[in-house]
Structure formats: structure tokens, C-alpha cells
Write a protein that binds this ligand. Structure first.
Ligand code: FAD
Length: 446
């Protein structure tokens, strides 16, 4: 697909011919699950555990701790669920950012197998959590298809599948180009790969279900109350907020792509990367049967990759992608950019209107692996590298078990050195040239 230059993107955005009259620049998911208005809780001066961030990670940790009898307060800088947890595409799967063969070459077969097995455990945990808690979030294990952007990507996907099958028992199949229309109605790809583990859910409904369980368990949620600093206290920590300090025996940081300056060590290890999504108006009858016939989660192998799926009612396409260097933070421009990419994939959507466009931050790491750990006594789980729909609640639960001193906290993502880079302090100054280069490479299919 063509990479858009700044002027091109802005021009399309300004013209906005593809935007409906009632275009919304906030997540489509919020229509079914609006941001909740919770009453301000009375926060005791001393609590067992303070959690920073109210996404899947924070809520999952809170649930496990409250049910174990701990007094828990979740501090949220904005409205509850403001971050990636109600903005994501809702796709989940046994994915790590680095392909299995690359990881095996880098870390050894045994370690790579353990890491992928950990990712599979996260997907299983998600299914178990949703089922055991009875969370109604349109969870559907429909599988995931990845289209090969270049002919050599098809071979690489095949090698990856072969190793995953052999060492992890993963079920999947390669779909050659001549058969790809049974998965996706485009000629853009050079075939692709189907993995059966994985699927879709409605992310904000999943978040809402978790929130309801957390409140029922007695957790206090302090929205619009950012944590400004975490200091050593007499018997634990002093959590500094604009509305007063709170003493907490333990602290969990669950801020992922929104990690601010209150924890500089973690900020140096998380790369906030913008992701963005558009939603089409309802398609005419029969169109979805041609474009996404199996109603699966779909993606591609572009460096600035795309992910897309039908809306839960099966009438719209929810289409997401990585930010280009040119539209950071601008849902008007990113919407136009994504629209161009959507119609390059599906030319028959050329006159379709977009009803929603939004952006959000996801947290990446320098080794492209998720991490949990403890630093100066403060626990954290973050850096899910685009796999947080499943991984965040899993590692949130594990970090809570660690606070409880349970041996069941142990997992592979707890055993990794968490790297940073010289001159990196949390603002990814190196991204614009890299994203420009990736866009150029994708355009030329190098
Ligand atoms: C557009 C988009 C699409 C995505 N698509 C997918 C997908 O399809 N599949 C997938 O697996 N993953 C996807 N992701 C990633 C996924 O959403 C995240 O990995 C996951 O939601 C992380 O959850 P979290 O609870 O750790 O963090 P978040 O949900 O981001 O929550 C962090 C919270 O911390 C709060 N916070 C920050 N600083 C403070 C402070 N000082 N005090 C108090 N609160 C603070 C923030 O306001 C925020 O609410 C996507 C992300 C985005 C943005």
C-alpha cells in the first residue's frame, strides 16, 4: 500500500468526504459500553494495595487481591478505562511480536517454546476468566488469518507455523493465494496463514464486565485522581496524589502505554506506540460475506501492519493500523489514512462512509516481549506489544499473586531482563524516521 505524505493525508482529512455527518472521534465500543461515571470513593489513609491504572491489568490484579481479602484502591488519572483497554481492536491470539524461528535463534529453542507457551496460557486464561465470571462481551474464538504482504512473507509464515505445530501443538493451516478468497475478499495478499487459537471480543464490554466484578469484590476506584509520585513510606509506600497522600503496603503499576514520569525506571523501558482504528457505516447485505466470509480476526505482515474484523453485529468493518509518522495524536488524519488503506485492500468500499475514528497508546518493549516484575519494591506488568487483550489480565492476575506471596505467580514473563536503551527516557524520538522507513518499505513491498 502507498505510504501517504503529510500533505496528502491532511488533504484527505480536510476534505473528509468519507466521514459521515455524525462522525465520532471516540471508540465505537463506547456506544455499547459508555465510560462509567462512578461516585468518588472515600479513600482510607492506609490501605493494603494501591493500583495505578484502571485497564485490564489493573482491574485483573484488583480482582485477585480483593477476593483474597486485601483492601485495594485503583487510582486512574482520567475516566475509568481511558487507555488501550477500551480502545483496542478486540483481537486476541497466541501471538508474540517476534516470530517463533527468530526467537528460537535468539534465545534458544527451549526458551522460545516456553515464551510461546506463556502466550498460549494467557489466551486460555482470558477464556477461563470470561467464562467463569460470566462476562458477556461477545467473545468468539473464530481464529485469526494473517495475509502475506510479500511473497517471501508467505514462506516465513509457513516456517513459523511448522515450528509452532511441532513444539507447541498449535493448530493452523497455510492458505495459498489462489484460495485466499475463502478467508478475505482481496487480491492484495500473497496467501496467508490461519491460526485456530484466537478470535475477537468487544473490548469495552470485556472491560465493563471486569469493572463490575471488581466493584462487587469491594475495590474502590478513584477516577480522575492521577498518581504523581510513589515514595518509600514507614511500612510500605506513600502514594502521592493531588488529593492527598495514601499509605499502601504494596503498589502495582498498570499504566502500560500511558506510563508517565512518576516511575522513571519503567518509563525508560516502555515505548508508547500509537495505534488507531476506523469503523465503517453498515455494509450492504452480502458485502461482508465477500470481504470477511468467516468473520475472523484478520491482519497482515506489513511493517506498519493492519488488523481488522467485522463489528460484533457483523454489519461494519473495524479496521486498525499502526500510526504512520505523520498523524500522531490526530484522529482526523489517521482516519483518512486508514480509509485509504482500507480501500486499497477492498476497492469496492471506495464510497463507504466512516462513522468512527480514534487513537490510543499501546506499550512496546525493546525486546518485543511482555514483562512483569518488581523495581524498588513496586510491582508492575506492562509492555504487551499488541497482545494485551489476552496478556494484560493474565499478567495482572500473576502480579497480584506475587503480592500475595503465592508460588503460582511464577511465569516465564517474570524471568526476563527488562532492557532499555541509552538516551531513552520515555519519549520515543526515534520513531518518526523508523515509521517513515517502514511505510516506504511496505509501499515497495521490500
Ligand atoms: C487502538 C488500539 C488497538 C489495539 N488492538 C489490540 C488488539 O486487537 N489486540 C491486543 O491484544 N491488543 C491490542 N491493543 C493493546 C491493548 O489494548 C493493551 O495492551 C491493553 O489494553 C493494556 O491494558 P493495561 O491495563 O495494561 O493498560 P491501559 O488499558 O492502557 O490502561 C492504563 C491506564 O493507566 C492510566 N494512568 C496512566 N498514568 C497514570 C497515573 N499517573 N495515575 C493514574 N492512572 C494512570 C491511564 O489513564 C490508563 O487508563 C490495542 C491498543 C490500541 C490503543
Amino acid at each position: 500500500m502507498d505510504h501517504q505524505d503529510v500533505a496528502g493525508v491532511r488533504e484527505v482529512a480536510r476534505a473528509a468526504k468519507n466521514y459521515g455527518d455524525d462522525m465520532k472521534f471516540e471508540p465505537y465500543w463506547w456506544e455499547q459500553a459508555p465510560r462509567p461515571e462512578l461516585p468518588s470513593p472515600v479513600v482510607p489513609a492506609r490501605i493494603d494495595v494501591a493500583i495505578v491504572g484502571s485497564g485490564y491489568t489493573g482491574l485483573s490484579a484488583a480482582l485477585t487481591l480483593a477476593r483474597a481479602g486485601r483492601s485495594v484502591v485503583v487510582f486512574e488519572a482520567s475516566e475509568v478505562g481511558h487507555g488501550g483497554s477500551t480502545r483496542n481492536g478486540g483481537g486476541f491470539g497466541m501471538t508474540l511480536k517476534t516470530p517463533f524461528p527468530t526467537l528460537a535463534a535468539k534465545l534458544g529453542l527451549k526458551r522460545a517454546t516456553a515464551l510461546f507457551a506463556g502466550a498460549l496460557e494467557a489466551v486460555d486464561y482470558l477464556g477461563h476468566l470470561i467464562e467463569s465470571e460470566g462476562i458477556d462481551c461477545q467473545y468468539d474464538k473464530v481464529g485469526r488469518f494473517i495475509g502475506a504482504h510479500r511473497p517471501k512473507d508467505y514462506d516465513a509464515l509457513g516456517r513459523d507455523l511448522e515450528l509452532q505445530r511441532k513444539h507447541l501443538g498449535i493448530e493452523g493451516e497455510m492458505v495459498p493465494r489462489e484460495a485466499q478468497h475463502r478467508e478475505v475478499g482481496t487480491d492484495h495478499y500473497h496467501g496467508g496463514r490461519l491460526l485456530h487459537a484466537g478470535g475477537v471480543l468487544q473490548p469495552a464490554l470485556y472491560h465493563q464486565g471486569l469493572l463490575e466484578r471488581v466493584l462487587q469484590a469491594g475495590v474502590r476506584i478513584a477516577a480522575h485522581r492521577p498518581v504523581n509520585a510513589i515514595g518509600q513510606g514507614q511500612d510500605g509506600f506513600t502514594v502521592v496524589t493531588g488529593e492527598g497522600d495514601v499509605e499502601a503496603r504494596d503498589v502495582i503499576v498498570a499504566t502500560n502505554g500511558y506510563t508517565g514520569t512518576f516511575m522513571p525506571w519503567l518509563r525508560r523501558r516502555i515505548i508508547p506506540i500509537q495505534s488507531q482504528i476506523i469503523v465503517t457505516e453498515p455494509l450492504a447485505p452480502g458485502v461482508m460475506d465477500r470481504l470477511i466470509p468467516k468473520r475472523r480476526m484478520l491482519g497482515d505482515t506489513c511493517k506498519l501492519h493492519h488488523y481488522y474484523r467485522p463489528s460484533p453485529d457483523g454489519r461494519r468493518i473495524v479496521f486498525g493500523g499502526r500510526a504512520g509518522a505523520t498523524e500522531i495524536g490526530d484522529a482526523h488524519a489517521s482516519g483518512a489514512h486508514l480509509y485509504r488503506r482500507l480501500t486499497a485492500l477492498f476497492p469496492e468500499l471506495a464510497d463507504i462512509r466512516i462513522t468512527h475514528s480514534w487513537t490510543g497508546f499501546t506499550g512496546y518493549t525493546f525486546d518485543t516481549l511482555p514483562h512483569m516484575g518488581v523495581r524498588d519494591g513496586v510491582h508492575y506488568a506492562a509492555g504487551f506489544c499488541g497482545s494485551g487483550t489476552a496478556m494484560a489480565a493474565y499478567l495482572g492476575h500473576k502480579i497480584a499473586l506475587r503480592v500475595l506471596g503465592s508460588p503460582e505467580a511464577a511465569n516465564i514473563f517474570d524471568t526476563l531482563n527488562h532492557p532499555t536503551r541509552p538516551l531513552y527516557y520515555g519519549t520515543p524520538w526515534f520513531l518518526p524516521p523508523i515509521l517513515t522507513y517502514y511505510g516506504w518499505r511496505d509501499g515497495l513491498r521490500l
